[in-house]
Design a protein around this ligand. Structure first.
Ligand code: NDP
Length: 336
């Protein structure tokens, strides 16, 4: 049984020595427990924040503890009344081959699911984030301009497509030419602007001639700075993430722009709402599952996945995600 633990807290950028692979004996189960084999492990930006010992909405991962993470797992031994050997479940086994569970928090998945990894992406937490952020907070209307950052990622790719289904004009922001082409040609965004270009802010303004009515923000930093001046009166910001800051040790010591930003929000009567998706499961998850499974069945939403082969490559995978190497939802195939 291999597992990857947090060896030390990263300084700023995640480094190889921050995580450590260990081999431990296969765990045994007691009455009321089951043994799970990890098939798929999800890699997500929040994992970087959990490595810091800072107050947040979730507890930090302890040193020498297994890294947290959502998994699609198979029940391979069971002394639990509700789960039989062979069942497929959505679990939180973390970065390891096998895990013991008492059944708490497991969601049973359809064993015939053609792509079980979707439970970690479009049909899972990132898809749900896109759904709540875009429909409940952004509330795009026909003909409005919707701006989505990290546009080809797990959340952004779905958020932009949902806005298209609502009849909005959708502009993406992504890193590099290839991702931008993907957003327009495969995801059917109306335009996409590369944030790595030196004249990114001018290009973004040119791509949004009528301004921006909804801003689904995943990034922060230079992306935020370029987008904010484009907001229209009564624009809505769904503040989903600030990934540009996750690898930072301390706030940058540049001039503090907060006063200008707040002034834009005030004078243009912008609504900004930060949200943490875990709070929305009770009220909105059922509607999401129904709506998204319909969209996927009817092929009205394109799903993009980036698959890494092998648990041992998970650390490099998360480093790549924080640099922008991934196209679509990043998952690790741990076993078949
Ligand atoms: P993605 O699949 O979008 O992967 C991360 C992407 O972020 C990279 O591919 C890269 O895309 C972009 N990125 C990373 N660093 C920078 C940078 N410095 N500047 C600009 N872009 C950068 O991840 P997810 O879709 O899983 O997550 C996207 C965001 O949504 C994150 O901020 C995450 O924290 C947030 N989130 C929030 C939730 C909530 O409850 N509020 C729940 C889930 C996710 P590119 O190459 O295009 O720049």
């Amino acid at each position: 049984n291999r597992r990857i633990v947090l060896a030390r807290r990263p300084d700023a950028s995640l480094q190889h020595g921050d995580l450590r692979m260990e081999r431990v004996p296969l765990p045994t189960i007691d009455d009321g427990e089951l043994l799970l084999r990890t098939l798929w492990l999800s890699l997500d930006p929040y994992m970087r924040s959990r490595m810091n010992d800072a107050p947040s909405y979730a507890e930090p991962v302890a040193i020498d503890a297994v890294m947290v993470g959502a998994t699609v797992s198979r029940v391979i031994a069971s002394k639990h009344a509700a789960h039989a050997v062979g069942d497929l479940v959505l679990a939180a086994s973390g970065w390891q081959d096998y895990a013991v569970s008492d059944g708490t928090g497991l969601t049973r998945l359809d064993t015939d699911m053609p792509r079980p990894s979707l439970a970690l992406g479009a049909m899972g937490m990132p898809g749900f984030t896109a759904f709540v952020g875009m429909l409940d907070i952004g509330q795009p209307k026909v003909g409005e301009t919707v701006l989505v950052s990290a546009a080809t990622g797990a959340v952004g790719s779905i958020a932009g497509q949902i806005a298209k289904l609502r009849g909005a004009r959708v502009v993406g922001i992504a890193g590099g030419d290839e991702k931008c082409r993907y957003a327009v040609e495969q995801l059917h965004f109306d335009a996409c602007v590369d944030h790595q270009q030196h004249d990114f802010a001018e290009r973004l303004a040119a791509a949004c001639p009528s301004g921006v009515d909804v801003f689904f923000e995943n990034v922060g930093g230079a992306v935020w700075e370029a987008a904010l001046p484009l907001l229209n009166d009564h624009a809505r910001i769904a503040l989903s993430g600030l990934i540009a800051n996750y690898n930072r040790a301390a706030p940058s010591d540049g001039p503090d722009q907060t006063a200008q930003w707040l002034r834009i929000l005030l004078t243009r009567r912008v609504s900004l709402r930060g949200f943490i998706i875990f709070e929305h499961y009770k009220t909105r998850h059922e509607a999401f599952v129904e709506q998204m499974s319909g969209w996927l069945r009817e092929q009205r939403i394109v799903v993009v996945e980036d698959v890494i082969e092998g648990l041992e490559h998970a650390p490099a995978g998360l480093m790549g995600l924080l640099r922008g190497d991934n196209l679509g939802k990043l998952v690790v195939r741990v076993a078949d």
